[in-house]
Design a protein around this ligand. Structure first.
Ligand code: CAA
Length: 395
């Protein structure tokens, strides 16, 4: 059987950053609650001329520069912060990226799980026509109400992936475990720009979904926990990955390290929890991109992974979840550059809390024409709204 998986992977984020210590202090909350309790130090915040399209196109651009467009006939855009009810955001990204008209585009939605739905669909397309390659963009802006418990778990980010036969980074294995349950833990009604969340329920629903997906994988003959070298989790905040690791240890009876920072003592088998959290603790929640930002962090920092099996847990509230596995390919480390992501994260423009709050409150109803101010340093910008349609341009 042809090996199919992730051939290339790139991360992008928003222009601004909010320091969570400053955010906590502005609310007279102990910063340790955010930094240690949630495992988050920063969150990315889009400028007025950025959105899921500009971040997603920025993530995809270096992939196209490295790999060209040959064989790409499909662009799958995963998001749960969609900007239109009808048109796929990927069509705007397709134009910004000058992709050929022979590339079909569609948007995938099922909360944070949609990136994984896109990945599995891409694998299906490539297995039918192994000469084809599929470009995936997972891009999201996580927004909650100001002063809500969820506010420090906001964030923004995009991951682009090229799915191909004989992949250079990670071959995705065919077996997977799935758990779907109708639960109102987190959702965003059509008339709301912020998500509604039952925080405690969302945490327990996530953990129950992990149990269900793992058990389904096990029942279908998947690898045992001892055959999985590193484990990556969807990270709405990085402490959630630690809770997930604790749950997986309980379910499997394995001793797995739950150390989330380099200062924590590591007891049990090391599975990359800390390395896999390095980007997400600075991005904040990037919803559909979060699991794959964790993959980027692991591949960038863990140098001895060739031949190792990775476990992936993808959770999308509502809820659909999946546990699947992949094998890291020889030579992957020569293709990864941790300095690139560090430059991107370090290069964000800090926002004062008052400015962040003002930006958070800005709404862009489509009823009025709008020209956004020029802020972003991204190659692409959201120029505004004309005749009720969103306009994008190269910066
Ligand atoms: N020092 C250190 N730790 C502290 C502390 C302090 N001074 N004060 C509190 N803490 C700890 C708490 O003990 C707690 O840790 P544990 O969970 O390990 O017990 C942690 O900080 C958080 O404290 P609270 O539980 O009191 O926090 P909260 O209720 O104010 O908010 C939350 C937490 C409910 C997760 C909230 O941030 C939220 O609603 N977030 C959005 C929803 C979400 O991300 N859910 C995750 C699962 S759903 C999903 O994964 C999909 C998705 O992407 C949204």
């Amino acid at each position: 059987m042809t090996a199919i998986g992730i051939h290339d992977l790139e991360l992008a984020t928003a222009h601004h950053v909010v320091d969570l210590t400053g955010l906590a202090e502005s609310k007279s909350i102990d910063p340790a609650k955010y930094v240690l309790g949630l495992g988050q130090t920063e969150m990315s915040v889009p400028a007025p001329d950025e959105d899921i399209v500009t971040m997603g196109a920025a993530a995809a651009l270096p992939i196209l520069e490295r790999n060209g467009t040959e064989g790409i006939r499909t662009l799958l855009f995963a998001t749960e912060s969609g900007v239109d009810q009808s048109k796929a955001a990927g069509v705007s990204a397709h134009a910004l990226l000058n992709l050929p008209s022979s590339v079909r585009v569609v948007e995938f939605k099922q909360a944070c799980y949609a990136g994984t739905a896109a990945l599995q669909s891409a694998i299906g397309i490539v297995s039918r026509n192994p000469g084809e390659r599929v470009l995936i963009i997972a891009s999201d802006v996580a927004r909650y109400d100001l002063d809500s418990a969820a506010e420090p778990t906001q964030g923004a980010g995009a991951v682009a992936m090229l799915v191909a036969a004989d992949p250079a980074l990670v071959e995705i294995e065919p077996l997977n475990g799935i758990a779907t349950a109708d639960v109102d833990d987190f959702w965003r009604p059509n008339d709301s720009s912020t998500a509604i969340v039952d925080g405690a329920l969302s945490v327990s629903a996530y953990l129950d979904a992990l149990t269900g997906a793992w058990n389904d994988l096990a029942e279908r003959g998947g690898p045992g926990i001892d055959e999985i070298d590193r484990i990556l989790y969807h990270q709405p905040f990085t402490k959630m990955a630690k809770k997930a690791q604790q749950r997986l240890a309980e379910v499997t009876g394995a001793q797995l390290s739950t150390a989330l920072s380099e200062n924590e003592a590591s007891v049990g088998r090391e599975t990359g929890l800390e390395m896999g959290s390095r980007y997400n603790r600075r991005l904040g929640n990037s919803y559909t991109a979060s699991l794959y930002a964790a993959l980027a962090a692991l591949l960038d920092h863990d140098k001895g992974l060739a031949g190792n099996r990775l476990g992936f847990f993808s959770y999308g509230s509502g809820s659909v979840s999946e546990f699947f596995t992949g094998i890291v390919q020889p030579g992957y480390d020569e293709r990864r550059d941790a300095a690139r992501a560090a430059r991107m994260l370090d290069g964000r423009a800090p926002l004062e809390i008052a400015d962040y709050r003002e930006l958070h409150g800005a709404e862009y109803p489509s009823a009025a024409d709008l020209e956004t101010s020029r802020v972003t340093a991204s190659p692409f910008r959201f120029a505004g709204i004309r005749n009720r349609a969103r306009r994008y341009e190269r910066s």
